[in-house]
Write a protein that binds this ligand. Sequence first.
Ligand code: G4P
Length: 534
Amino acid sequence: MNEQMNREIERRRTFAIISHPDAGKTTLTEKFLLYGGAIQTAGSVKGKASDRHAVSDWMDLEKQRGISITSSVMQFEYDGFCINILDTPGHQDFSEDTYRTLMAADSAVMVIDAAKGIEPQTRKLFHVCAMRDIPIFTFINKMDRESRDPFDLLDELEHEFGIGTYAMNWPIGCGQDFKGVYDRDKHLIYAFGDSHRGREKLHAIECSLDDTDKLDSIIGETRREELTEQVELLDGASFDFDLEKVRHGKLSPVFFGSALNNFGIEPFLESFLKMTTSPLPRTNGGETVDPFSEDFSAFVFKIQANMNKAHRDRIAFFRICSGKFERGKEYYHVQGGKTAKLSQPQQMMAQQREVIDEAYAGDIIGVFDPGIFSIGDTVCEPGKKIRFEGIPTFAPEHFALVEQTDSMKRKQFAKGMEQIAQEGAIQIFFEPGGGLEKVIVGVVGVLQFEVLEYRLKNEYGVDVRRTGLSYEHIRWIETPDIDVKKLNLTSDTKWVQDVRGNDLLIFTSEWNIRWALEHNPDLKLESFSRNTEQ
Ligand code: G4P
């Protein structure tokens, strides 16, 4: 049993795929699944309707349950590995959940559009990955189109993100003139042709850079000269490859390719699987929990509410951190102080949800939640008391004042707001000493406001009035025992408190944050709350 469990854990790889919308994340995910044989045709991961839906559609889709659930975690097999891909939703659905999903991953694949380089959402997601120092692999996509200079792209990654890069392969031309890539390690040319639309293996041509005649016949003299020059430059000026740095998120291996054309997917997957490790250990009050331990443990990183008011149930998503999960066994819910069976455990295999009997460290399972779990909660073997480090609360970027329109519904309003906030769908803030009728709601993605209104009305029978506020930034005050009233702040900076009673400041601009820090030397601000008191 032990050996079998170890083998299962050993072969697991759990990664998140991050990008700015349109860089090619869906296409790349789909190609991974195609290579793994989990799906048969491209276009089946997400229909365009669910991918680019309007706000009103979203409600309908979400009511039917499943669309965003099925597309959020996918498991597939490749070359003996069992791979879990965590999807991070695009601009419409961008929310705090997107950040939290990254807490469940052991590495990230960052997809970048070769013509655009780093874009705002890439930036946000990268920083959350960097907080945990997880390995980040870069796939520079759309080389079949006109692209930016590859050196420029690497330079941008290094300067903006403060990490090293190591180009695993190097593009030969781009757009109409894209000839393929040169694999620096294997000294192989992968030539780009019309034949990449199937699932067949990439045709590699073994060819050293010194074999000029052969190179000329494949890519032409001009391209050969350019390639030789660029590879020399790269060898001389770039970082050395260092696997330890990769594994600590300090050096990002970079691959060039074209997801749409199936070009570069397989070499990417192969290198990726070689460089990544089996599930990473998590910590419990400073102590490391070994993923291969026989004792099962897992934490909740996402809660998906059911929009159907007849069933106020939810699905809690757990990342398994150690051991083996067995259906029907009693586990201990640490924060609730009770043992419970995790009912209807399910896993997502490409588009299907399946009830499962067992799962292993590294896997993600969704379980039916009658309303007992919160984000960050731990379950483990009875008799143990593991508490994994809390999932940080991330700074919202949009704020609104939300008030109930019917004062007779005060209780329902307060209950709805509290429960929805507890699920982590929104964050709520209060003015110190203020009443509970007016709540400042903060969200990471604006769609969350719509969801809040919809849910308050449908599940709690409460109509609300929402007034947008011009604040854009929030910071937790980290200085202990500071008298917030005595702080020297600009008139448009506001003091609020979160549900835990922590003091925060909300600002209308970055300039105001700098002003506050300059005029209050003791003030320490943080853009996320570590929730370490959990
Ligand atoms: P996303 O999930 O990151 O938002 O991106 P998605 O995969 O949906 O890709 C966005 C657009 O970019 C799609 O085109 C897709 O076909 C295209 N694309 C992805 N990879 C490549 C590539 O390697 N080369 C080129 N040239 N295009 C690529 P679309 O026109 O918006 O959709 P569709 O009509 O092609 O499906």
